[in-house]
Ligand binder design. Structure first.
Ligand code: AKB
Length: 316
């Protein structure tokens, strides 16, 4: 029998596509989507949806009982740029929601948990190129501190209580179906929309700021394959490094210019530059490749073609 899955934060950038992909794979009635507000028309029409606040333990527990949930994907979070503006709110959302889900698993109410971490767990003292799985981690953002603490708690709950929790340190995620909100890597999505709309974009990061990135299809495939991996293959219970591409605003603009020759980029860095400067430029993900067979499929050229086509189809 297919597992019953609850996706918390189902209307966000990752949640929307994860919900659709899992519904396609496991049947729409086995995937219960919830969020604090309604999402895209496509998501709302695709299967069961409930309004719930990730920081309210009882609301989440009620859904787990009502739908007899086996697995929870906790995708609700406040991202890096917004959390710098609302530190206490960011900390509360990111940590409270995680404890609720870990405690449900510890008490035997759900059997498996997915929780997303991020490259934001790293900081300025971390080796910047090909950042190892295990290395110095001194994050300097509220979001990064919450993700690093979250990783420690995931590993603790696994070691101490046997909780089957699995996690990925996502790089910046590029998608066309749902916009990201409040992240430092969001420029790499906005740029495609503006290229199609006005043939111009002003980047809030400098031209040579290199960051690890990934196309959403790869991220969804990675997430589902980590969750499907036999438990004994999941050797890391904090969070796995995951990598696909690394690029700068300048290289991204050049890949768009191959399709839209008149596209122009300019630069006006803001507070997000300091956040980006504290993160790695590239990531060593050999543990994920070895333990559960991770391979990325999208390179920069393939992603740019797909993004431009996808945005035209969905938004124009
Ligand atoms: C952000 O920019 O905050 C996120 C992330 C890298 O976790 N996209």
């Amino acid at each position: 029998m297919a597992s019953k899955i609850l996706i918390i934060g189902a209307c966000g950038q990752i949640g929307t596509e994860l919900t659709m992909a899992l519904r396609e794979k496991q049947g729409k009635d086995n995937i219960i989507a919830c969020d604090i507000r309604e999402g895209s028309k496509e998501l709302m029409a695709s299967g069961p949806f409930e309004i719930a606040d990730a920081t309210n333990y009882h609301q989440i527990e009620d859904l787990v009982i009502q739908y007899d949930i086996d697995e929870v994907y906790l995708m609700a979070a406040m991202l890096s740029a917004t959390a710098e503006k609302f530190p206490m709110k960011g900390w509360a959302l990111n940590m409270d929601s995680l404890f609720h889900v870990l405690n449900l698993a510890k008490d035997g109410k759900v059997s498996k948990v997915f929780w997303p971490s991020s490259i934001a767990v790293f900081g300025p003292t971390t080796p910047k190129q090909n950042t190892p799985q295990t290395t110095i981690m001194e994050p300097t953002t509220v979001y990064g501190i919450s993700k690093q603490a979250g990783e420690r708690w995931c590993e603790y709950y696994h070691r101490k209580f046997g909780v089957d929790v699995r996690s990925i340190r996502y790089p910046g995620l590029i998608s066309y179906k749902t916009l990201p909100g409040g992240g430092t890597t969001d420029y790499a999505v906005e740029i495609y929309h503006e290229a199609l709309k006005t043939e111009k974009y002003t980047s809030f990061l400098k031209e040579d700021t290199e960051l690890p990135m990934m196309f959403m299809d790869d991220a969804i495939r990675a997430t589902i394959s980590l969750m499907e991996a036999p438990a004994e293959n999941v050797k890391i219970r904090s969070s796995y490094n995951l990598s696909a591409l690394n690029f700068t605003p300048e290289t991204l603009a050049a890949s768009i210019q191959k399709h839209i020759p008149d596209f122009e980029i300019s630069y006006d860095p803001d507070f997000r530059q300091a956040i980006a400067d504290s993160w790695p430029s590239s990531i060593d993900d050999s543990a994920a490749r070895q333990d559960w067979g991770w391979r990325h499929e999208f390179d920069l050229e393939k992603m740019t073609s797909q993004m431009l086509e996808g945005i035209k189809e969905v938004h124009h």
